[in-house]
Write a protein that binds this ligand. Structure first.
Ligand SMILES: *Cc1c(COP(=O)(O)O)cnc(C)c1O
Length: 429
């Protein structure tokens, strides 16, 4: 059993100088309780904490470390690039190569703009959709997370859901008044909202596969319906692929689900662990972005050379070697079957949601298809499970409202160990 002596000391100290001791809320373990584990280093599928204890990692930095931590080609590329300075504030050939690479992986992206986070990508895509259509309202789905820009912080997922923050102080009615919320997978409700707000809806934004309320799959027909209504009503369909992009397939959710969005946002995998995001899509829409158009968007460190070389190197691996994502998906399927066997023997109600290398376990008697059903699950039980697994060396996301992310450095014996640890941990619930 692990002790967290050094982490406890560091957490005490961190709280004296950082709000809550962390630079992003879910890291504080507030919902699962206990002391957050302070990480010292990571390699492949393993995290090492400040006490030198080793964990099998199911977060992968919330996605980016898809081929494992400290992936050699990425590290080497960063080291070489750093010799040439870390930023210029002027264009580089590397940015063209990055944009061309993404276009070659995602055929319906004509133009793409790099930013520094998923939040920025979604915020900019929404502004663009509004500027392009001349409309103000947009539809989003309860439990989806699109970063922390004001208009999205209404019934959002991820940390907002984890901490049960219903309304966010500081977000004015003016900023969130044009946000129309709808239950995920509820096609009838979308039709109703669009009809009630005829010619006023600029965009529909969603996670095509949701990962911020656990992993939740779109039901058959749901996204097809959104595509249809967006085309008919001249609404911009935005896929937030910050989690899905370059993970569900080299071409992301669009390829996996066989549906084209009008705009797509990226983050996480696109930067290989460096702060990167991007938004891109149809030429006609993207041409409204400054300096071509008047929809202003900018960034001092956008297209940063270290971030670009890291992301470029990782995406190139994923493009050139399709076997990598296939291996990763096969490992996830293997893990799912192992988890399922153990949970079946245990005999209490559970649901596993899974696609590609995203998976989550919910202690629920009914299918988990939207935020309400994710919330209705026995999440106190998940929180206990989290700690039982953690002290045995398995690092799951510290909230039931997060997907698990597998990485391809995981070995089959790591997966076997995870299933064994689940078996032991269930006896403590
Ligand atoms: C993580 C995430 C974001 C926000 O990205 P940041 O880089 O944390 O700003 C947006 N959308 C989705 C779907 C995400 O998972």
């Amino acid at each position: 059993m692990y002790t967290y002596e050094s982490s406890k000391t560091l957490f005490e100290r961190a709280q004296q100088s950082i709000p809550g001791g962390v630079n992003s809320p879910v890291r504080a373990f507030k919902s699962v309780g206990g002391t957050p584990v302070f990480i010292q280093k990571a390699k492949g599928a393993y995290l090492f904490d400040a006490d030198g204890q080793q964990y099998i990692d199911y977060i992968a930095s919330w996605g980016p470390m898809i081929l494992g931590h400290a992936y050699e080609p990425v590290i080497k590329a960063i080291q070489a690039q750093a010799e040439y300075s870390t930023s210029y504030g002027a264009p580089t050939e590397l940015e063209i190569e990055m944009a061309e690479l993404i276009k070659s992986m995602v055929p319906n992206v004509d133009l793409i703009r790099m930013v520094s986070s998923g939040t920025e990508a979604c915020m900019s895509a929404l502004r663009l959709a509004r500027g392009y259509t001349g409309r103000n309202k947009f539809i989003k789905f309860e439990g989806c997370y699109h970063g922390h820009a004001d208009p999205f912080l209404v019934k959002a997922g991820s940390g907002v859901a984890t901490f049960n923050i219903q309304t966010v102080p500081g977000v004015t009615a003016g900023a969130s008044g044009d946000t129309l919320n709808c239950a995920y997978n509820n096609w009838e409700a979308v039709q109703r909202l669009v009809a009630e707000n005829k010619d006023e809806v600029a965009a529909i934004i969603l996670e095509p596969v949701a990962g911020n309320m656990g992993c939740i799959l779109p039901e058959p027909g749901f996204i097809e319906g959104l595509r249809k209504i967006c085309t008919e009503e001249k609404i911009v369909l935005i896929f937030d692929e910050v989690m899905n992009g370059f993970r569900l397939a080299a071409g992301g959710a669009q390829e996996k689900l066989g549906i084209d969005a009008d705009l797509v946002t990226y983050g996480k995998v696109i930067g290989a662990g460096m702060p990167v995001g991007a938004f891109g899509g149809k030429k006609e829409i993207m041409e409204s972005v400054a300096p071509l158009g008047n929809v202003y968007q900018a960034g001092t460190l956008s297209g940063n050379p270290i971030a670009m070389i890291a992301g470029y190197t990782l995406l190139k691996e994923l493009k050139n070697n399709p076997a990598l994502l296939q291996e990763l998906d096969a490992k996830t399927m293997y893990l799912k079957e192992g988890l399922q066997d153990v949970l079946n023997q245990w005999g209490q109600p559970f649901v596993i949601n899974h696609i590609g290398s995203m998976i989550s376990v919910h202690f629920s008697e009914t299918p988990v298809t939207d935020f309400a059903s994710a919330q209705a699950a026995d999440n106190a039980r998940f929180n206990k499970l989290f700690h039982s697994m953690l002290k045995r060396g398995i690092y799951l996301p510290p909230s039931a409202f997060e997907s698990w992310f597998l990485n391809n450095a995981l070995s089959y014996s790591d997966l076997d160990k995870t299933v064994q640890v689940l078996k032991e941990s269930l006896m403590e619930l």
